[in-house]
Design a protein around this ligand. Structure first.
Ligand code: ADP
Ligand code: ZN
Ligand code: ZN
Length: 773
């Protein structure tokens, strides 16, 4: 007997209240997840409608008392139908319960009173406005100057955009309103001043160059012939990818279909958003994480009603309920923020491709440094590949990249964090009043273990990833648990300068202040940006030249444009190279390439200094030449050899508990069963189990983390093992937490108290992990 779990009321709060029905023989072959059905309900058996959320063999109630589904009323055009099917696919692919998956894709229903939008309107003639602009500039009122410049261009601006993205305070706006420079007005809907008719033909349309034109017209051409595809545009920063996206979006919107544009939140700057508003007017809407649930829901409602046709936002914008989605664009496709960090741990790229299939849409991916996954697929012919290898504006020159060998510096007696070359260039810049960025590509907490004299790094003999140093002098592999004693003498060169590498932004700030006492310094890292809005504040302060030097982690190399930065120092490139993670080289290449792109974007010529203990490493060499394919060709050999993604697949099963023993016991028991299943041939095919071992970060907030990795080139086999692991939740019956709480958040939040009381365990799955543990 087959049963269907049916939800009658699609809203977050009521997803847990589903009803079970018997699937009658005549509907058995036809019925599938996502179908809209009518069912007899209540005492009187009146017919009501609902959606099939799950099909199962397990009766949750007495089967004799279950009623039968009356008929299938499926209307596959319904957006709910597609979203439920998408949730089902996500559950299968990434692992989670159906309810958690549904909560991820369905908007949270919140009744909010409609918020009035406000606009800022310029109340001066151009000439007077320009005089005012000069006055602000003379008085160094940078915020006012910035707002004035935008107002002169646009005449009218969205209030929320100005305060959040342009980072102008309400006080500044008020002051300018008092001066009668501008007025703030309530508008129901944001109106674009360029007007509907001009939208795509007016002054905002840039003429594409030959290369851009070729890509756009080929994709548009295929689209209008009904061909649906995934395209990858590999184009260096500034090569004009965004213009190409807009051209294609325009064509799709003209056909009356809708478009989702994913941009990593960190790059979703005022400038980017404005470009879309200017071209598509108020048919554009944006999502970002600072919106409340109610505001988000409101945006989704507008999408459903057809009031907007282009939604721009981070990962979760993918679930905008458009009725007739025609295109999904994913900019900076390689960004790790496209992978969800709560269950189901979906990747936006793969999920977008699945969603596109459901809608008959196309997908356009773009990146200056495509992920290994995307490029691999493109080379295999699954995606269509295009390349843009010149900057669209030719006077934007590429910086000169220098490599500083830190081993040589040590030999020459320099024990500071700054190579002689970098120090000289910094002095020069400070003299000329140009700006400097110092970048620390640090990720995670654990340090790696290396020789400062020859650059040798201790690696796991089984997994070919770096070992991490721990308290008590142990070195560990975080894939397999391999452990060894610390070494005091470098096995490669015999030097005693071998040890754990740790460096933080704070230490760097201190040494900068010592070496360059007259320079003003800003620091940006998790500590200084934890307060809301600080991120934008620090970046705008630096953009306004309020400091000479900006020190920071990856956050500083994304988003903003800094025309006066002419020197980028990457202090220890090896920091990201030696994390115990198979993606370390890829991430390093991306970060270095991105960082190098930050220097010298305007007319000033830029220099980049990459400091490293391993100047010969292919990721560093390729990044210094901005040579993507050179990097890819080397890296794919390593992935092939080790069968790491994208060549193979990898499933991480994480077991967490406040009680270390409980986590350990459960992880071992689970591994035991999986192993015997594999040995007994229940899952035919080649699969390797690694672990259980401690995660790189062994404990977070007093919760211990154990990991089991399963590796195979056969994706379906891994999915089957994932399901098996799910079934085995029973081993820990009563102790294992559901994978999310009722609000769809990971169960770990808000659970702190009950975790302390008992030995409960949480188990989460991650298929093809992107961010290390
Ligand atoms: P990417 O998205 O690849 O980083 P953008 O689309 O942002 O590149 O283009 C970089 C800059 O070049 C932008 O200021 C854009 O307006 C400009 N640009 C792009 N294409 C053209 C073109 N065909 N003609 C003139 N300027 C262009
Ligand atoms: Zn050595
Ligand atoms: Zn190992």
């Amino acid at each position: 007997m087959k049963y269907a779990n049916i939800i009658v009321n699609i809203s977050h709060e009521s997803l847990d209240k589903y009803f079970q029905y018997v699937i009658p023989e005549r509907l058995r072959d036809e019925l599938s997840v996502g179908d809209y059905v009518s069912i007899p309900f209540g005492r009187g058996n009146r017919l009501i409608e609902g959606y099939v959320m799950e099909i199962t063999d397990k009766a949750e109630f007495d089967p004799a008392r279950l009623k039968e589904i009356a008929e299938i009323k499926t209307d596959s055009r319904l957006v709910e139908h597609k979203l439920i099917r998408l949730a089902y696919w996500m559950k299968q692919r990434y692992g989670s319960t159906m309810i958690t998956a549904l909560k991820t894709v369905l908007p949270i229903k919140k009744i909010i009173k409609e918020k009035e939008n406000r606009s800022i309107i310029l109340c001066m003639e151009d000439e007077a406005a320009y005089e005012r602009l000069e006055l602000y500039a003379r008085k160094h009122q940078t915020a006012r100057e910035r707002l004035m410049r935008e107002l002169i261009n646009e005449k009218q601006l969205d209030y929320r955009l100005v305060t959040t993205k342009l980072n102008i305070s309400a006080a500044t706006i008020n002051a300018m309103e008092k001066q009668e420079v501008l007025r703030v007005e309530k508008t129901r809907v944001y109106r674009n001043t360029t007007g509907e008719a001009e939208k795509s033909s007016g002054r905002n349309r840039i003429r594409l160059n030959g290369e851009q034109e070729k890509i756009a017209s080929e994709i548009i051409n295929e689209y209008s012939r009904g061909i649906r595809n995934t395209y990858l545009i590999h184009g260096i920063t500034g090569s004009g990818k965004t213009e190409v996206y807009m051209e294609i979006i325009d064509a799709v919107v003209r056909q009356g279909r809708q478009v989702i544009v994913l941009i990593p939140e960190i790059s979703l700057t005022y400038q980017t958003v404005m470009r879309f508003y200017k071209r598509f007017g108020d048919s554009v809407s944006t999502l970002h994480s600072r919106l409340s649930d109610g505001e988000k829901y409101d945006q989704f409602e507008r999408a459903k009603k057809g009031e907007i046709s282009v939604m721009i936002g981070p990962r979760s914008a993918l679930f905008t309920p458009f009725e007739d989605l025609g295109l999904i664009v994913i900019d900076e496709e390689h960004e790790s923020s496209y992978k969800s960090d709560s269950m189901p741990k979906y990747h936006a790229r793969e999920t977008a491709i699945e969603l596109a299939k459901l809608h008959g849409a196309s997908v356009v991916l773009g990146s200056a440094t495509p992920s290994m996954e995307a490029y691999y697929r493109a080379k295999k012919g699954d995606y269509k590949l295009y390349t843009l290898d010149r900057r669209a504006i030719s006077d934007a020159s590429l910086p000169t990249v220098h490599i500083a060998d830190l081993r040589e510096e040590l030999k020459n007696g320099n024990r500071t964090m700054f190579s002689a070359g970098l120090k000289t260039m910094m002095d020069e810049r400070l003299e000329k009043g140009e700006q400097i960025m110092l970048f620390l590509n640090r990720r995670g907490y654990a340090g790696f273990y290396s020789c400062r004299s020859c650059g040798f790094v201790l690696k796991c003999p089984h997994c070919d990833v770096s070992l991490s140093s721990h308290e008590g002098g142990r070195l560990k592999c975080h894939y397999c648990g391999y452990e060894r004693e610390e070494v005091k003498i470098c096995p490669e060169c015999g030097s005693s300068y071998i040890g754990g590498m740790r460096a933080g932004t704070q230490q760097i700030e201190e040494s900068v202040k010592k070496l360059f006492p007259h320079a003003s310094v800003l620091r940006m890292d998790a500590d200084t940006t934890s307060a809301k809005g600080n991120y934008d504040k620090i970046l705008s302060a630096f953009a306004n030249r309020e400091a000479d030097i900006l020190i920071g982690t990856q956050m500083i190399v994304k988003g903003h444009d800094f025309p006066y930065v002419t020197l980028m120092g990457i202090l220890i490139a090896d920091m990201s190279l030696n994390v115990g993670d198979y993606r370390a080289s890829e991430r390093t290449f991306q970060l270095l390439t991105q960082a190098a792109g930050r220097a010298g974007r305007a007319e000033l010529k830029g220099d980049v200094v990459i400091q490293t203990y391993k100047p010969e490493h292919y990721a560093i060499q390729a990044a210094s030449r901005q040579d993507y394919t050179g990097f890819y060709d080397e890296e794919i050999l390593y992935r092939e050899l080790m069968e790491y993604p994208p060549v193979g697949h990898m499933l991480a099963v994480m077991i967490e508990s406040r009680d270390e023993e409980a986590a350990d016991d459960y992880a071992k028991a689970l591994a035991e069963v999986l192993k015997s299943d594999i040995i007994n041939g229940l899952y035919p095919g080649k699969v390797r189990m690694i672990g259980p071992a401690d995660a790189t970060v062994k404990k977070i907030n007093d919760i211990y983390r154990k990991l089991i990795y399963l590796k195979s080139t056969d994706q379906e086999l891994l999915e089957a093992l994932k399901d098996r692991a799910e079934e085995l939740r029973d081993i820990g019956r009563g102790r294992i937490l559901p994978d999310s709480d009722d609000a769809g958040r990971p169960a770990i939040s808000g659970e702190a108290n009950s975790w302390a009381r008992d030995k409960r365990i949480r188990m989460t799955m991650d298929m093809d992990p992107v961010n290390g543990y």
